[in-house]
Design a protein around this ligand. Structure first.
Ligand SMILES: [Zn+2]
Length: 315
């Protein structure tokens, strides 16, 4: 991207895609800074001395616009996009680029997306629009087609492992589990190491295992207070592990090593056909939740808890 910028061949809109935790947001931030700095170094590092650099550090650069949901998990509204369009037609303050980041782009509701489409169809000069998306298929096809796609694919396992080891004091088996659970997305693995994510995951797992003695409605209420997408990702991961073991009787393919014994026991007890039905239900719920940022998931979680309970009863 640096080379293309130096050759004056930057597209007017970029779609940064890839799994969560791959560094798309960080890339958008760093690349914006490079484009705005008056004297960036050859490798793209900013000078840190110029006026724009000072403004960037204070988060007050007038040519840098970020559109985020007002609250995590909420939608980006048409008012936010209209406001952005009004500002973006003005000339730049420093004669460099104007940069717009929309993150995550799939949080735009239908009206917001249609409004952005107008900006993408007639982009103002010297403007770079960066859409960050973990779920590009949730975007309007007309938006996708007007952006140049930049794919953040998973780095080599050894590379991520070494990187994570220097940043976390976790034990070796814990590091491997973190990498397994995040499918090698470096920033996602680090975030999981540094937050209470693993504790939440354990709570969720204990809830599932002990479901026959608990009320599914109460359990769903507990789950609905957690990050819905994350809850569903964990559930998908366990269900797939149970199916993997039920189908192959081998442990080497399991992702959730720490829960291996419980998962093996369930694989021996549960009906495989029923497990596939459960997997379908969790997957379709996942699609609903990622396609609708403002949804209240409790009712959906109740359905999953009840399906899980039924499966345990018919074992
Ligand atoms: Zn600078």
């Amino acid at each position: 991207m640096l080379r293309r910028w130096q050759q004056d061949r930057l597209p007017h809109a970029l779609l940064l895609t890839g799994p969560q935790g791959m560094g798309k947001t960080l890339f958008a931030k760093r690349f914006s800074e490079t484009l705005l700095c008056e004297q960036p170094l050859a490798d793209g590092q900013i000078c840190g001395q110029c006026k724009p650099c000072h403004l960037l550090r204070a988060d007050t650069h007038p040519d840098l616009f970020q559109v985020l949901p007002v609250q995590a998990g909420k939608q980006i509204t048409v008012a936010q996009i209209r406001n952005l369009i009004q500002i973006s037609v003005m000339t730049t303050h420093y004669g460099h680029y104007k940069i717009v980041t929309i993150n995550p782009a799939e949080a735009m509701n239908r009206n917001a997306a249609n409004s952005l489409l107008k900006l993408l169809e007639e982009p103002p000069p010297k403007t770079l629009i960066m859409l960050v998306s973990h779920q590009p298929m949730a975007l309007l096809p007309t938006i996708r087609s007007r952006c140049q796609r930049l794919e953040f694919s998973r780095p080599d396992h050894k590379l991520v492992e070494t990187w994570l080891r220097t940043r976390s004091n976790k034990r070796e088996d814990e590091l491997q589990l973190l990498l397994n659970l995040t499918a090698q997305a470096p920033l996602a693995a680090l975030a999981l190491a540094e937050t209470d994510g693993m504790t939440q995951r354990q709570t969720l797992f204990d809830n599932l295992i002990n479901l026959p003695t608990n009320d599914p409605v109460h359990i769903a209420e507990i789950w609905s207070k957690m990050d819905a997408v994350q809850v569903l990702q964990w559930m998908l991961s366990w269900t797939m592990d149970i199916i993997r073991y039920a189908s192959t009787s081998q442990t080497q393919y399991l992702v959730n090593h720490d829960h291996q014994q419980s998962l093996q026991r369930l694989a021996r007890q549960l009906n495989l056909h029923g497990l596939f039905n459960l997997l379908d239900l969790i997957q379709s719920t996942y699609q609903i939740v990622i396609g609708n940022a403002s949804i209240k998931p409790q009712g959906l979680f109740e359905s999953i808890a009840i399906a899980w309970l039924e499966l345990r009863r018919t074992q």
